[in-house]
Write a protein that binds this ligand. Structure first.
Ligand code: FAD
Length: 294
C-alpha cells in the first residue's frame, strides 16, 4: 500500500473511486465482482466509506480487505470520530496500520440517524482536525486525506469560517483534500481561490457524483448542502421518469465537469460512483480519454 501523498505528479492527474460497504454478504460479493470491470482504468486509489454503526464498520473493514487482497488496489479506508473514544480510535488506526494500510480519510462524521446533531463521544474528538493530529502522532507515515466543501459545510456560518477550519486540518498534518460533490465547477474554482489566500497548499481532489435520479440527488444535495444548477435540473425534469435518459444526462454532465477540471490542471478526480460499476467505468473511461490526450 502506497501513501497517496507520494502519487501526486505535475503531469498526471490521479483517478480515485469511492465505494460504500454493502449491507449484505451477497451485495458485497456482487460489488467485488463488478469492481473487476474497473481494473482496466487503473484507479490510483479506491476509498471505502465508514458507517455510523458497529456492523457497517465491520463491513467497511471487510470491503477494504477484499479490495486489497482480490484486486491489489491502493486503498484509502475512511474513519470518523462518531461514537469512539481516543483508545478505540487508536485501536482502529493501529489495526489498519498493522494490516498494511498507509492511507486514512480522517473525518468527524455526522450524527447517527436517531440524533439531531453530532455529539462528541466520551473521551473522543470534536473535530476532524483532532483526529488528523492523533493519526499523525501515532503513525507519521500514514497519508491523511480530509474533506473540503466547495459550497461550505452545512453547519458552517460561511465559507471563510469553514476554510479556516480546513486550514487547521491541513496544519495538523493532512496531505490532501477530497471535496464534497458539486455540480458547478465555478463553485470549486472560487473555493480554490479562497483556499489559496489562506495558504492551503496541499493537493485538492474534486469529488464528482453523476446524477442517477432526480429524487435521489435532491435527497443527497439537501443533506450535504450542495446545490443543483437550474440548467441541470431543467434537463432532468425534461427526462421525467425515463431512467435511461436521466442516466445519460447525469453521465454527460459529470463527464463535462471532469474534462473541464482536468483541463484546468486539477491534481486528480474522485468519483462518487454509488457502487455502480457501469457508471464508474463510463466516467473512468472519459477521465482517461481526457487525461491521456497528448
Ligand atoms: P470537520 O472538519 O470537523 O468540520 C465539521 C464542521 O465543524 C464544519 O462546519 C467546520 O467548519 C466546523 N469546525 C471544524 N473545526 C472546528 C473548530 N476547531 N471549531 C469550530 N468549528 C469547527 N461521513 C461518514 O460518516 N463516513 C464517511 O466515510 C464519510 N466520507 C466522506 C468523504 C468525503 C470526501 C466527504 C466530503 C465527506 C464524507 N463524510 C463521511 C461526511 C462527513 O463526515 C460530514 O460532512 C461531517 O458532517 C463533517 O466531517 P468533517 O470531517 O468535514 O468535519
Amino acid at each position: 500500500q502506497t501513501p497517496i501523498s507520494q502519487l501526486f505528479s505535475a503531469d498526471k492527474p490521479l483517478l480515485s473511486v469511492e465505494f460504500f460497504p454493502p449491507k449484505t454478504d451477497e451485495a458485497l460479493e456482487a460489488l467485488m465482482d463488478s469492481v473487476d470491470d474497473l481494473a482496466i482504468y487503473q484507479p490510483d486509489f479506491v476509498s471505502v466509506t465508514y458507517g455510523a454503526g458497529g456492523s457497517t464498520r465491520d463491513r467497511s473493514a471487510q470491503a477494504c480487505n477484499l479490495l486489497r487482497e482480490d484486486h491489489e488496489y491502493n486503498i484509502m479506508p475512511h474513519l470518523t470520530c462518531v461514537g469512539a473514544s481516543r483508545d478505540e480510535l487508536a485501536q482502529t488506526i493501529n489495526g489498519l496500520y498493522e494490516t498494511g494500510y498507509r492511507n486514512i480519510m480522517a473525518l468527524r462524521g455526522d450524527a447517527p440517524k436517531d440524533a439531531d446533531s453530532f455529539v462528541v463521544a466520551k473521551d473522543g474528538f470534536a473535530h476532524a482536525s483532532d483526529l488528523v493530529a492523533f493519526i499523525k502522532e501515532l503513525h507519521p507515515d500514514i497519508a491523511i486525506g480530509v474533506a473540503g466543501y466547495p459550497e461550505k459545510h452545512p453547519e458552517a456560518p460561511d465559507l471563510a469560517t469553514d476554510l479556516r477550519h480546513l486550514k487547521t486540518k491541513v496544519d495538523a498534518g493532512a496531505s490532501f483534500i477530497t471535496t464534497q460533490l458539486f455540480f458547478d465547477n465555478g463553485d470549486l474554482y472560487r473555493f480554490l481561490d479562497e483556499a489559496d489566500k489562506l495558504d492551503i497548499s496541499v493537493p485538492v481532489i474534486p469529488g464528482i457524483m453523476p446524477v442517477m435520479s432526480l429524487k435521489q440527488i435532491k435527497r443527497i444535495t439537501s443533506m450535504c448542502g450542495a446545490s443543483l444548477p437550474a440548467e441541470l435540473e431543467k434537463h432532468l425534469n425534461t427526462a421525467g421518469d425515463d431512467s435511461e435518459r436521466v442516466r445519460q444526462i447525469g453521465i454527460r454532465w459529470a463527464t463535462e465537469q471532469i474534462q473541464d477540471l482536468i483541463e484546468a490542471g486539477l491534481p486528480g478526480v474522485h468519483l462518487y460512483a454509488l457502487n455502480r460499476s457501469d457508471v464508474a467505468t463510463e466516467l473512468m473511461s472519459a477521465f482517461r480519454a481526457t487525461a491521456e490526450q497528448p
